[in-house]
Write a protein that binds this ligand. Structure first.
Ligand code: CDP
Ligand code: CDP
Length: 196
């Protein structure tokens, strides 16, 4: 059976950075599930059809990292049929040997409720806005408004809202350097993964 690490949390909390580092450390596959929603949002047209017909090319477009793509993603992500259209791909990815790390909003709660390790990565609103603004060369105050709006939409939607799984380990990266956050995540995995 493959080993699954589910990572969820609000925008720019550091989930993707931790997910990539864990995948490298353990030799696992990594899927940034936010890209599926971003690609659906920027594709235009009927979002349900867009989600059903995503191609590898759709997932590599440079504009997917933009704040606009993030907002478009959170709008289409509230549509239950869009979410349904993306479930099988994510679950098949999670089953890849020898293991997989998936990061998003509903990995530990909906996509992989039986994941061996669940992490919920948080950081203060301000820290997250400053980090994402630095990354995109954007204004921190405007970024703070945007992230708050997106987090609210993600948390309040009826279908797979953002929330920690009951058995998730919470990692607050507000005062952590990247290597410290990664070390905390590795320690959480090592606690449940039998040494091999
Ligand atoms: O995937 P998610 O949107 O949760 O966040 P990310 O893209 O991994 O991280 C957002 C930004 O915060 C990136 O520029 C990271 O380098 C930075 N960062 C971090 O992830 N963790 C820290 N402890 C400090 C900074
Ligand atoms: O990197 P960041 O945390 O800013 O965003 P992302 O992970 O790329 O996700 C973009 C948007 O997609 C989120 O605001 C959610 O609305 C949606 N999303 C989701 O609903 N479920 C997931 N598993 C991943 C992303």
């Amino acid at each position: 059976m493959s080993f699954i690490i589910a990572i969820d949390g609000p925008a720019a909390s550091g989930k993707g950075t931790i997910a990539r580092a864990l995948a490298r450390h353990f030799g696992f596959h990594h899927l940034d599930t936010g890209l599926l929603y971003r690609a659906t949002g920027v594709k235009g047209g009927d979002p349900v059809a867009a989600a059903r017909n995503l191609t590898a090319e759709d997932l590599t477009r440079p504009q997917l990292r933009s704040a606009e793509a993030g907002q478009a993603a959170s709008r289409v992500a509230a549509i239950p049929q869009v979410r349904e259209a993306l479930v099988d791909f994510q679950r098949r990815f999670a089953a890849r040997e020898p293991g997989a790390v998936l990061d998003g909003r509903d990995i530990g709660t909906v996509i992989c409720p039986d994941a061996q390790v669940k992490l919920y990565v948080v950081a203060s609103d301000r820290v997250r806005a400053d980090r994402r603004a630095a990354e995109l060369g954007a204004d921190p105050a405007a970024m703070l408004d945007q992230l708050r709006e997106r987090d609210r939409r993600d948390s309040e939607r009826a279908s797979a809202p953002l929330r920690p799984a009951d058995d998730a380990v919470v990692i607050d990266t507000s005062d952590l350097q990247i290597d410290e956050a990664v070390a905390a995540a590795i320690a959480a995995v090592d606690r449940v993964r039998p040494a091999r």
